[in-house]
Design a protein around this ligand. Structure first.
Ligand code: HEC
Ligand code: HEC
Ligand code: HEC
Ligand code: HEC
Length: 162
């Protein structure tokens, strides 16, 4: 076995990833948020998921970004009441990640901006509850890189010291 084949095998085994929301029902998220409802209103993905300057990751909204549209401290809808409470207490909403890869893997949405969100995340705008719909494991990365003729060298995605 060559050194690079060995590294490849080791990374493959390590790539189990952190625990994830299984997304069976929206109540597992701290607030039942529906992408379908908000997409029907014509709100673009980037309104809520703009890139963060510090990390390059995409934003997931804070209460103050929701309350731009959802004002009022005592709404009837119980989910919006929870939102008002987070906002009043100045707390972030602890959204559970659905898509997550290990920190040691280099991935940037910016470099994938020519691919449609749907290819990696499914038809989000039709979902009341998000769940993981596509393979973002190393196998998924490699399958697409192969199909697009993009490099699959290990050091594309990992900082490997010589
Ligand atoms: C009004 C704000 C809003 C808009 C617009 C919006 N999202 Fe979201 N998005 C959220 C919130 C809140 C969450 C976290 C709760 C959840 O998972 O449903 C989220 C979660 C996600 C996640 C999972 C993130 C993770 O941590 O794993 C993906 C993927 C995603 N959105 C894609 C999209 C796409 C694609 C669009 C456009 C079609 C879109 N979103 C539009 C608010 C928004
Ligand atoms: C650009 C404006 C806008 C933003 C930003 C926005 N919403 Fe909404 N949201 C709406 C509107 C308008 C409705 C009412 C839609 C309807 O009744 O069909 C709605 C409906 C809802 C509902 C009730 C859904 C239902 O099933 O009827 C919840 C809960 C909600 N939003 C939560 C959030 C949360 C949490 C955020 C931040 C992550 C957020 N919204 C951001 C405009 C917005
Ligand atoms: C090539 C595949 C791919 C495409 C295309 C893609 N994503 Fe992602 N997305 C991922 C991966 C992989 C992660 C997990 C990243 C991590 O854990 O660092 C992710 C994570 C996210 C997150 C959680 C925050 C973050 O940055 O980790 C949001 C929100 C999200 N994607 C929204 C979108 C939206 C909106 C689009 C379209 C504009 C999009 N994605 C296009 C693969 C993709
Ligand atoms: C749907 C197809 C697709 C998937 C899935 C995908 N990629 Fe890519 N990736 C591309 C394409 C196309 C490029 C070249 C983009 C360019 O040069 O504009 C690229 C480029 C890259 C680059 C090079 C960026 C640079 O700075 O040169 C890295 C790193 C990368 N991908 C990592 C990943 C990882 C990690 C995953 C899995 C989590 C992944 N990709 C999944 C299509 C994909």
């Amino acid at each position: 076995m060559t050194a690079s084949a060995l590294l490849y095998a080791v990374f493959f085994l390590l790539w189990a990833g952190p625990p994830q929301a299984d997304g069976k029902n929206g109540m597992e998220q701290p607030i039942a948020f529906s992408h379908k409802v908000h997409s029907r209103l014509g709100i673009e993905c980037a309104v809520c998921h703009a890139p963060l300057a510090e990390t390059g990751k995409l934003n997931v909204p804070k209460p103050s970004e929701c309350t731009r549209c959802h004002q009022g401290s005592a709404p009837k809808n119980p989910e919006l009441r929870k939102l008002a409470e987070f906002d009043r207490e100045g707390r972030e909403i602890p959204w559970l990640p659905i898509y997550k890869i290990p920190d040691y893997v280099e991935f940037s949405h910016d470099r994938h901006s020519r691919e449609k969100c749907r290819i990696c995340h499914g038809p989000v705008q039709e979902r009341d509850v998000l769940r993981k719909e596509s393979d973002i494991s190393m196998k998924g990365c490699i399958a697409c890189h192969r199909s697009r003729g993009v490099s699959i060298k290990c050091n594309l995605c990992y900082q490997i010291s010589p």
